[in-house]
Structure formats: structure tokens, C-alpha cells
Design a protein around this ligand. Structure first.
Ligand code: HDE
Length: 685
């Protein structure tokens, strides 16, 4: 690759989007879409001041007609999402495994666009729903767009794409009354689950902390399906893709997620946006699990079964590159809403496997864009355009932008020297891997897909005690809201195949009969699955700093500076928004109040208090800190704040840090506590 080619890749997408970006309203006269200057925009043309509006009012008609047609169908799944631009760099050449050009040269920067999403909720639903998260990445490579359309969970619910509409119908709001929104806590979902026991493994993930991420920046991504890498020599390896967040994998508590859903339904979206604006660019490393083709049958599960993961301890994840998200969108609709992903968007060096879920997906994504984006020309929408040139004989259709010139629109032709012409593999032509396949035409599934429970147990075995308790709490909530007692019993009986104690705990919580027998013989665990073993850091964590009139300026300022030095973010809270005056007449601005925000949207709380705090302030501050306390978060106090913490009799608890004036040691202990995140061993009083 020469330098010119490199620079094309580096900035090409931004430049291309720049050509379409329109911000020329400043100091401009208002016009119609035809460019006609408009003299009046607030009063329609009428026959007399109190008379009817006239058909002749073309400006009124154009304005309202455009408005009437502003909406496009939301995605049938993954309707609610948030997008960001960024860049991908490979750490080392992957030449021996794949010929994909964007995976060869560590000096090359490939532009990317990522869209994170929830799956089941409608476009306006809350971010913190218990749900799978989508994690779709479009790499704008010089060989065409490559889409890695991933989720934040490693397995999937079903083994064959033909079941997807049934599964989604059961999970979406029930069709008679469109209730409930963005949740699996209803009869049809659990009815379907118990009739489709291949879902057991994924249900365990969906009931785990992974389903309520603290941040999109703190989620893993999994390609789920098995793909192939193909190198220059045509040699294939099976590959599973992973994204690993540099901030580690972290979650909310169920109670927090429920409360945040009401207080700030845009919690994850806002967190992503704000952090990119602040320059805290989210970073994810790309990992691959690689398997030689000869090892296809070396496992006690089928490597083509999408309800299974490849345990990282058996097939290590090799970290091969890093993605940095460094720019927010300019326009949500134009970019995040109109971006169209498709697992079939591949480049030479990346190929498919016979995973039956993947094969179905290869049909569905292109198909869905045709209705959602209104025809076959959605590749011309700026966010979807490849950065490399594209040439073919496709023509016309709704919304066609390109003006193809000339009279030849067919292959083969002599009139245009047979252009555009197919090129061979050596010139970058995509040639499908020549896998030998044979078989009878048959609607059947391989017996190697039949074990539905071993990996569900593997997941359960890998969880820490708090993580297990959270899974039980999740079942208690989700199945507890099911009305039909038979369904509750069937859920209990189904999960007895995963673990008997789990099933008994579910039964007690949801009013079913605990199963007497069942359980699993699987003892294996995969430590990589537990979030307890993830990266822990105070970086980008949010800390509520509570002050009242008469607070200790030097003390509070010292804590804030120390937090900032570790990359944590402090937000000052009081009983009102505005300037708060300290005991030495200095001032700090409270940007939030007890009314606008509660402790659930913060990772930690520090209370200094204030000499002039009245009993009402003390009561609100204690409510705030007690909520953080029962959510196992780090808490720190000085001055009156320290006194209030002691009055609440939690001063000696784990993860509670009390400081005296001039004592800096407690600040560093508090910051270590923030990096630790949750003190699960805290005794709740
Ligand atoms: Fe999707 N999926 N999916 N899916 N999926 C869609 O495509 C589908 C599956 C995933 O931010 C749709 O453009 C089928 C697995 C993400 O725009 C649709 C099957 C994984 C997104 C579709 C699956 C995903 C989608 C809806 C089973 C993880 C959001 C809108 C066979 C690897 C992309 C659209 C975005 C979106 C079909 C299963 C991830 C209908 C048929 C497994 C992240 O085409």
C-alpha cells in the first residue's frame, strides 16, 4: 500500500460526509425547496382575515407535506440506538489468517461508524431496559464496507433464522394491547422460551447483569455467528469476533435501571454523547478466536451452533486491534437512523460459515432496508456510501441520486469495452470460499445442536455470588410479572436443567412449586464470563459532590481536583441549582439538585455538607447517600457530611470513607473505592 492510498482511507469518510453536510442557514433568507424566497412563514394564505385557507398557498402545502412525511418505519428490532464515528487500527498484520486489507497494516486508520442499540423497545423507549444490546460497526475500507453486526452477549436465543419472527413476536409487546413496552416480563415471552429450550443459555445472559449495562462504553461485543478468515493462499480459519472495552465490563443494578428509566430514559445515549464531547473517547479492542478447519469437530458442542460460545480458556481471544469512537453525529436521523448494517457486507478475506442463523441473517438485513429506507438506493445515503468507488449496471429506483451517464447499462457489452467488468481474485474480486457441501434436501437440525443446557450451566458456574443473586432477582422480576401460573411452573422446571438451586430460588420468588429433582453434571466454569474479573478503573466515573451553604471550600476543591486527576467526573449537587457560598465566602456552582437527580445516576457520592445546612437539607442528603449505600457504591464524607453518615450508623461500613480536615489519605482511599465500583460484601443496615 502506498502513502496516497493510506491517506485516502484515513479521512475519507469524514471528507465524504462533509460534502453532504449542510449548515448554511446562518444569515440566510428562508426559501422553499425550490429556492423561492419566502415573505411570510407564520400565516397561511386566506380568503379574508377570517376566511378559509387557499389551495394556492404552495408554501403552506410544501411545508406541511414535508412534515407529514418526516417519519420512516423504525427498525423491526433494534429500533432504539445511538451512533458515533471513529477509527480502527490493527495492532499487527493478520496476513497469515486473512487477506482483508484493513487488517494488514498497523499504520492504516480505517474510518468506522458504530450504532449501539436495545433490541425490543420501540424507538422512544428507555435505554435501561433489561435487554440485549446491539453493537454494530461499519468499517469503511478501501475494498468496500465491512459490517460487523454484533451484540453484547455471546450466544443467541435460537439455532435457526426461521424462528426469529416467532421469537421476536413473543418478546415484543403483546399484539392485542401493545403492552408491555421494552421488557420480557410478560406471558408470551416466557411461554415461547419454555417451548424453545435452545434459548436456555441466552436467557441466562439476558437475566444477568450484562442486560443492564452501565454504559455503552463498558460493554463487550460478540459477533455471535461463526465466520471465516481466508488468507492469500486460500487457507481458511473459523473465526469468532469480540470487542473488549478498555474501561471493562460494568452494569447497573436492576433497581437502578428501573429508576433511571423514569428519571433519564436517555441515560446510555447521554453517557455516550457526553463522554465523546468531553474527549473521553470510548475504546474497544478487537479480538478474534481462531480455529483451524481441522478442529471443527474437536469440541463437545457444534462450533456452528449460535447458542454456544467458545470458552475463552479453551480458544484464547487474540487481541488484534483497537477502535476509538471520537466524533458524535451531526444529525441523528441522517446518520444513526439511516445507517443500514448487513452481515453480508464483507470484504475479501472474510467469509461465512454454515451457521443456520447466519445464513438467515444474510437474507434479512438487505430485505429489511428496502422497506425501512424506501427502496434499493439506500447505499447512496451518505452514511452508507462506501469510501471506495463503486460501479455496476444497477439503475433507477426510488430516490436515485447518481446520474449515470451513457446508454450502456448491461453486462456483457461491446459498446463500452465490457465495462464495468468482473475482476479475478488477484485483482481484489470477491470469490466465495470453496467449501465442499453435500446433503439431502431436508428440513432438519443436526443432533450436534441438541445440548441446550450445558453452556447455560457453564455460565451459571462462572458467576460470582452477587452475580448469581442478580440473576435470581432478574428471574423474580421478569417471571414474577407473568400472569399464567403454568408458564411460571414451566420456567422453573426448564431452569432446573441448568441448576437445581437456581430453579428452587426462582420457584420461591414467583410462587411456583420448587422442583425436587434435576440439576446438571456440568462443573466447568469460564472465569472470563464473570464481570468480577474485568478491568476496574475510576476513569470517567461520575461522582455526586453534595454541598450546602457554608461548605468547606478547600476541602471540597481538594477532593474535586483529586477526582479529576484520576479522570473521574464530579457534579456538584445541592438543594437548589446555582451558586453556593462556602464558609470563607468562596463560591461553587451547583449544576444539579436533589429534585433533578438522585444517586442512581452516579457511581459514587461525596458529601461535605455545610455549616448553614438546615434539617431539610440534611434529610435530603441522607436519603441520597442511603440509596447509594444500598446500591453498594463508594461513599465519602467530611465535616457535616461525615456527621450525617455517622448519624445514619453506616460510618464503619465497607466502602464508606470518612475524612478529617487536612487528611488527604482518605481521598486516595475514596478514589480506589471508586475504581472498585461496588462493595458487595457491605452489610446493609
Ligand atoms: Fe439482527 N436484525 N437478526 N441480530 N441485528 C436487525 O436489521 C435478524 C441477530 C443485530 O444498529 C434487522 O437493519 C435475524 C444476531 C444488530 O442498525 C433485521 C436474525 C445478532 C442489529 C435483523 C438476527 C444480531 C440488528 C432490523 C436471526 C448478533 C441492529 C433492522 C436469524 C450477532 C443494527 C436492521 C443497527 C438488526 C434480522 C439475529 C445483531 C430485521 C433474521 C444473532 C446489532 O434485519
Amino acid at each position: 500500500m502506498n502513502d496516497k492510498q493510506k491517506s485516502i482511507s484515513e479521512n475519507s469518510k469524514n471528507e465524504q460526509l462533509g460534502m453532504f453536510r449542510k449548515n448554511d442557514n446562518q444569515n440566510q433568507a428562508l426559501t422553499t425547496n425550490q429556492g423561492l424566497k419566502i415573505a411570510e412563514d407564520e400565516v397561511s394564505l386566506k380568503a379574508g382575515e377570517r376566511g378559509p385557507t387557499l389551495m394556492e398557498d404552495f408554501h403552506f402545502r410544501e411545508k406541511v407535506t414535508h412534515f407529514d412525511h418526516e417519519r420512516i418505519p423504525e427498525r423491526v428490532v433494534h429500533a432504539r440506538g445511538s451512533g458515533a464515528h471513529g477509527v480502527f487500527e490493527v495492532y499487527e498484520s493478520m496476513r497469515s489468517y486473512t487477506k482483508a486489507k484493513f487488517l494488514q497494516d498497523p499504520n492504516m486508520k480505517t474510518p468506522v461508524f458504530v450504532r449501539f442499540s436495545t433490541v425490543i423497545g420501540f424507538r422512544g423507549s428507555k435505554d435501561t431496559a433489561r435487554d440485549v444490546r446491539g453493537f454494530a460497526t461499519k468499517f469503511y475500507t478501501e475494498e468496500g464496507n465491512y459490517d460487523l453486526v454484533a451484540n453484547n452477549m455471546a450466544p443467541f436465543f435460537i439455532q435457526d433464522a426461521i424462528k426469529f419472527p416467532d421469537f421476536i413476536h413473543a418478546n415484543k409487546p403483546e399484539p392485542n394491547n401493545e403492552i408491555p413496552q421494552a421488557t420480557a416480563s410478560h406471558d408470551t415471552f416466557w411461554d415461547w422460551i419454555t417451548q424453545n429450550q435452545e434459548s436456555a443459555h441466552m436467557v441466562m445472559w439476558a437475566m444477568s447483569d450484562r442486560a443492564i449495562p452501565r454504559s455503552f462504553r463498558m460493554m463487550e461485543g460478540f459477533g455471535v455467528n461463526t465466520f471465516r478468515f481466508i488468507n492469500e493462499e486460500g487457507k481458511a480459519h473459523f473465526v469468532k469476533f469480540h470487542w473488549k472495552p478498555l474501561l471493562g465490563v460494568h452494569s447497573l443494578l436492576q433497581a437502578e435501571a428501573a429508576k433511571i428509566g423514569g428519571e433519564d430514559p436517555d441515560f446510555n445515549r447521554r453517557d455516550l454523547w457526553d463522554n465523546i464531547e468531553m474527549g473521553n473517547y470510548p475504546e474497544f479492542e478487537l479480538g478474534v478466536q481462531l480455529l483451524e478447519e481441522k478442529d471443527e469437530f474437536s469440541f463437545d458442542f457444534d462450533i456452528l451452533d449460535p447458542t454456544k460460545l467458545w470458552p475463552e480458556e479453551d480458544v484464547p481471544v487474540r487481541i488484534i486491534g483497537k477502535m476509538t469512537l471520537n466524533r458524535n453525529v451531526d444529525n441523528f436521523f441522517a446518520e444513526t437512523e439511516q445507517v443500514a448494517f448487513h452481515p453480508g457486507n464483507v470484504v475479501p478475506g472474510i467469509d461465512f460459515s454454515n451457521d443456520p442463523l447466519l445464513q438467515g441473517r444474510l437474507f434479512s438485513y438487505l430485505d429489511t432496508q428496502l422497506i425501512r429506507l424506501g427502496g434499493p438506493n439506500f447505499h447512496e445515503i451518505p452514511i452508507n456510501r462506501p469510501v471506495c468507488p463503486f460501479h455496476n449496471n444497477q439503475r433507477d429506483g426510488y430516490g436515485r441520486q447518481t446520474i449515470n451517464v451513457g446508454n450502456v447499462a448491461y453486462h456483457r457489452n461491446a459498446m463500452a469495452n465490457n465495462s464495468p467488468y468482473p475482476v479475478g481474485e488477484n485483482e481484489g474480486g470477491y470469490v466465495h470460499h470453496q467449501e465442499k457441501v453435500e446433503g439431502n434436501k431436508i428440513r432438519a437440525r443436526s443432533a450436534s445442536f441438541n445440548d441446550h443446557f450445558s453452556q447455560a450451566t457453564l455460565f451459571w458456574n462462572s458467576m460470582s455470588a452477587p452475580e448469581r443473586q442478580h440473576i435470581i432477582n432478574a428471574f423474580a422480576f421478569e417471571v414474577g410479572r407473568v400472569k399464567d401460573k403454568c408458564i411460571k411452573q414451566r420456567v422453573t422446571d426448564m431452569f432446573a436443567n441448568v441448576d437445581l438451586d437456581l430453579a428452587k430460588a426462582i420457584a420461591i420468588k414467583v410462587g411456583a412449586t420448587p422442583p425436587a429433582s434435576g440439576g446438571s453434571t456440568v462443573t466447568k466454569a469460564s472465569p472470563a464470563l464473570s464481570q468480577e474479573n474485568t478491568v476496574k478503573t475510576a476513569r470517567t466515573r461520575t461522582v455526586a459532590v453534595i454541598i450546602a451553604e457554608g461548605f468547606d471550600y478547600d476541602q471540597v476543591n481538594g477532593v474535586i481536583k483529586a477526582l479529576q486527576a484520576e479522570g473521574a467526573q464530579a457534579a456538584i449537587i445541592s438543594d437548589k441549582i446555582g451558586m453556593i457560598t462556602s464558609s470563607d465566602a468562596s463560591q461553587m456552582e451547583a449544576v444539579k439538585s436533589f429534585i433533578t437527580d438522585s444517586s442512581v445516576v452516579f457511581d459514587a457520592v461525596y458529601i461535605d455538607g455545610g455549616k448553614k445546612a438546615d434539617p431539610y437539607f440534611a434529610m435530603e442528603a441522607c436519603k441520597f447517600l442511603k440509596e447509594a449505600f444500598i446500591h453498594f457504591k463508594p461513599i465519602a464524607g467530611t465535616n457535616e457530611g461525615k456527621q450525617w453518615i455517622e448519624d445514619e450508623k453506616i460510618g464503619n461500613s465497607l466502602g464508606v470513607f470518612l475524612g478529617s480536615v487536612g487528611d488527604n489519605e482518605f481521598i486516595s482511599q475514596f478514589i480506589k473505592g471508586i475504581a472498585f465500583h461496588r462493595f458487595w460484601d457491605r452489610i446493609l443496615v
